[in-house]
Each structure stands twice: as C-alpha cells, then as structure tokens.
Ligand binder design. Structure first.
Ligand code: GLU
Length: 486
C-alpha cells in the first residue's frame, strides 16, 4: 500500500434488510476505491449488537452488494471482516486510554446525573473526572474530552463543521461489563484496517467529533470525513423502513436490473454533469468525486427509477432479455401449468414485452395469455369492453371473420380484417379491438394485439372468442331475466 492509496470502508450493522441508503453509501465508496489500482473498499460487518444481529442479514448484505457488483471477485474488495472478531482489540484500546489518563471510570447512574443537572437533556457533568475510580462492577469507562476545542470536522461534503467542546460530554466508550460502545469499536476497527476516508450517512455526523477525538487520543491522524445527505420520499420525509419501500431486495425481486439500480442510486446526491443521467458504471465510476456530492437531501423517486429500468431493459439484446426474465418464469411465480410453457413462443413474444415493461416481473401478466388454458380476466376490463351494443356484436363478427379459412393469419392481415369488421359495426379500430383483446388476453392493456393474435394461433383465438361470446350472452340473459323479474 502506498502512502496515498485510498482505503474506504463500508460498515453495515446486520440488523435488518439491506437499505437502499446503505447501497448508495456502498457504491460511493466503491467508486472511489476503484479509481486507483491500489484503492481498497473494506467491508466490515458491525455485528457486535448480538441481540439485534442475524446471520441471514449478514448474508443479505453480502449478496446485495454482489448484486450491485461489489464483491471479492474484484481486487478492490477486501473483507468481509467481522467486528466481533476484534473484541480483544477494543478492550485493549479501552484499557490503553484509561492507563494513559485519557479515559476514566464512572459509577454515576443516569438518575444521579439527571438529578445533579436538573435537566434530562443535559449530558454528563464530569462528576467522576477526578475521582480516580479503579475499574470495577457498575463502572463505565468515559472518554475525557480535552478542554479547549472546538473540534473541527472538515467534511468533504459539508465543509467545516465546528463542535464546541462544551457541548461534547465525557462520553462512554465501554460499558460497565467491558463491552465497547459503537463510537469506540468503529474507530478502533477503522484504525486497525488502515481506513483513511470515512464516507457514511449523515446520521453519523454527530458521532464524528467524538470519533475524531478518539483518533487523536490514539495517536493517529483522523480520516477524511464525508457525510452523505439523507434520502427522502416524495413528502420529503426521511426514508423509513416502516413507511417506505427501502429494502434493496424488494427492488431486486420486482425485477429491477442491477445496472439500472446502480445508475439510479449514484444520482442520489451526485450527478455526472452535463445533464447526463443514464450512464453505465464504467463511465460513471471515474467521474465520481465525493466533493461534488450535494449536502441537501436526495429524493428517492421511484417513478424515475422505473423509467431508468425500462430504458435499461430496452437496451438489452433479445437473448439477454430472455435470460434476465428467466427467474420470473419459475413455476412458483407463474400462473400457468408448468408444462404449458413454450420456449419458442416465449422467445417470439419476448421482444414485444421488452419494449413495454418497466420491471422484469411485469413479464408474467404480459405473456400469461399464451400459456394459460384460458385468460385470467380482469373484471374491470371485461365490463368496460363488453358493454351492450359493442361486446357481443364485435365478438361474433370477429369470430365469423377469423373462422374464414381464407383469412391470412399474420398480424398485418389480422389488423386489416378487424378494422373492416369494426367499420361494419360503425366502430373505429381502437373501440373495435377492445372486446377481442379482453376475450383473448383477459385485459384491456397488454402487448400489441395483432402480434398477440398471430402468436396465439387461429384455433386458440377462435376458441377464446367463442367462450367470451357465450359468457357475454349468458350475462345478458341473466340481466334480462333479472330485469323482468324485478
Ligand atoms: N455500523 C454503522 C451503521 O450501520 C456504520 C457506521 C459507519 O459507517 O461508521 O450505521
């Protein structure tokens, strides 16, 4: 490692689903690590909160990062390290701070502190600073915040942020049971792992002066800091896992492409300039500069993300698109009988779907009509398309026309045929095709109708028109019976 090589880290706590905000932090760090051959991205799993950690969340983090392209397959990746493996180092460091007079033991209870201060919002009053307490039961270790100050955090995004030492209490670095607090463990690990730039969410800015003091107390030059702006929803509220869709996994599951997700996440607080937005990672990564990140909150616009994803989907070549759809065609995700799937038919219909879907999971409702015995009817579409005076008339006229053995079974010819059938009913094509579309696909929206009819084939189209016609007639009869009874 040369003097100047950058060592960034991503240090998630495995306490829940992997958040899109975490993904953005990881990507910003990753871009910087990849900019130089010796640059390193250290993955450290901060797993010391045994009560809240679960191994599956650690696995989730590692696989989500890999999905984004951040993995050990790339030489810039280092780790994963597990914070729990450094427990001895944390303890040793706490003891060193104590023996060097930089930390002291304190046996005050929260109630005692509050009573002395008379205000629950005021921090610790330094009561034990000079009591010279030895380590012992019920004694926490506090860092002795030096007099003077302020501590100036030079943040690459926020600029100079001053923290007056009067506002930094002598904070606890190890609990009475000896376990280290986040502020300490995080610094010890960063020192240990040679981290020289810390890029993380804004919520950690308040920890930073304390951590900078710890770096100095341990005799090291603090890292370069950069605190990323919060990510907000359309109501300008900070994204929250209770309210918003924040798990990267749900986007992955819906069929967002990782390259689209990466592209979109990179724009949360940063832009490559010149109004460019859609840009592959290879082009974006060298342009990324942490100092260009905006300090104001970044809006997570799902609509825009969808639009990005649609563009990335359309840019795939046909075979690649088919392969990317594959997981969504698995038997547990599709309504058709497993043996009804027809690879050839799918390959034929795929380009029609590729040009209109925004997320891969939308492939299924667009092509299910090809593999189901009967379409799944959307009742709203049905009621709208099968209105009296249109539904029955169009279905029976189309059925008749399509039963003509001379009818060429090819999209263009089918369109002309239906146009003519519509004209005879006094209907423009748009109106005329709705009942046919619903009869054969179940819905009013979907793939281009005439290509769909061609793919479905004459026999199936006729059978569906016939079945729909019977249903319309039965419904009409029922209505008439109800009307005369009523
Ligand atoms: N484990 C901390 C978190 O997930 C990381 C803090 C940091 O990046 O320094 O919030």
């Amino acid at each position: 490692m040369s003097e100047t090589s950058i060592r960034v880290r991503f240090a998630p706590s495995p306490t829940g689903m992997f958040h899109v905000g975490g993904a953005r932090s990881a990507l910003f760090n990753w871009a910087l690590a990849q900019q130089t051959p010796e640059g390193r991205f250290v993955l450290r799993i901060e797993d010391t909160d045994a009560a809240r950690n679960k191994p599956e969340w650690t696995e989730g983090i590692i696989s989500a990062l890999a999905w984004l392209g951040i993995s050990e397959a790339d030489p810039h990746f280092e780790g994963p390290y597990f914070q729990s493996a450094y427990a001895d180092k944390h303890k040793e460091t706490a003891e060193r701070l104590y023996s060097g007079g930089k930390a002291y033991y304190c046996d005050c209870t929260r109630e005692q502190v509050q009573e002395r201060r008379g205000n629950p919002h005021l921090g610790y009053d330094g009561f034990c600073r000079d009591r010279g307490l030895e380590p012992g039961a019920g004694r926490a270790l506090r860092f002795r915040v030096p007099g003077g100050g302020p501590t100036v955090v030079d943040d690459k995004i926020r600029g100079r942020v001053e923290f007056d030492h009067d506002n930094i209490e002598d904070f606890v670095i190890a609990r009475a049971d000896g376990s280290p607090l986040f502020v300490l463990a995080n610094v010890v690990d960063d020192v240990e792992m040679g981290v020289n730039e810390v890029i993380r969410g804004e919520e950690h800015l308040s920890n930073t002066p304390k951590q900078q003091l710890l770096w100095e107390a341990l005799g090291h030059t603090p890292p370069v800091w950069a605190h990323l702006p919060v990510i907000v929803n359309e109501k300008r509220q900070k994204l929250s896992k209770r309210r918003d869709k924040v798990a990267l996994e749900s986007y992955q599951d819906e069929g967002y492409l990782p390259e689209a997700m990466v592209n979109y996440l990179m724009l949360l607080g940063w832009a490559p300039g010149e109004d460019r937005e859609i840009m592959p990672w290879e082009q974006m990564q060298p342009l990324f500069d942490i100092s260009d990140v905006n300090s104001s909150s970044a809006f997570f616009d799902e609509k825009k993300l969808r639009a990005f994803n649609g563009e990335y989907i359309r840019a795939l070549d046909a075979d690649e698109f088919v392969e990317r759809c594959r997981p969504y065609l698995a038997p547990d995700r599709t309504p058709w009988p497993a043996d009804a799937f027809d690879e050839k038919a799918f390959r034929a219909v795929a380009p029609l779907a590729q040009s209109r879907i925004a997320v891969l999971s939308e492939i299924v409702p667009n092509v299910d009509f090809l593999f189901l015995d009967e379409p799944v009817f959307d009742e709203k579409s049905w009621n709208k398309a099968m209105k009296p005076g249109v539904g029955e008339e169009m279905l029976s006229a189309a059925l008749e026309r399509f039963s003509d053995p001379g009818q060429v079974w090819e999209a263009e010819a089918l369109k002309t045929a239906l146009e003519e059938v519509g004209q005879a009913q006094g209907l423009k094509l748009g109106k005329a095709q709705a009942p046919v579309r619903v009869a054969v696909t179940g819905r009013t929206v979907g793939l281009p109708l005439f290509e769909s009819l061609e793919l479905l084939g004459r026999d199936r189209v006729r059978a569906r028109l016939k079945a729909a016609l019977e249903r319309v007639r039965a419904e009409q009869e029922r209505e008439q019976a109800d009307a005369s009874a009523g």
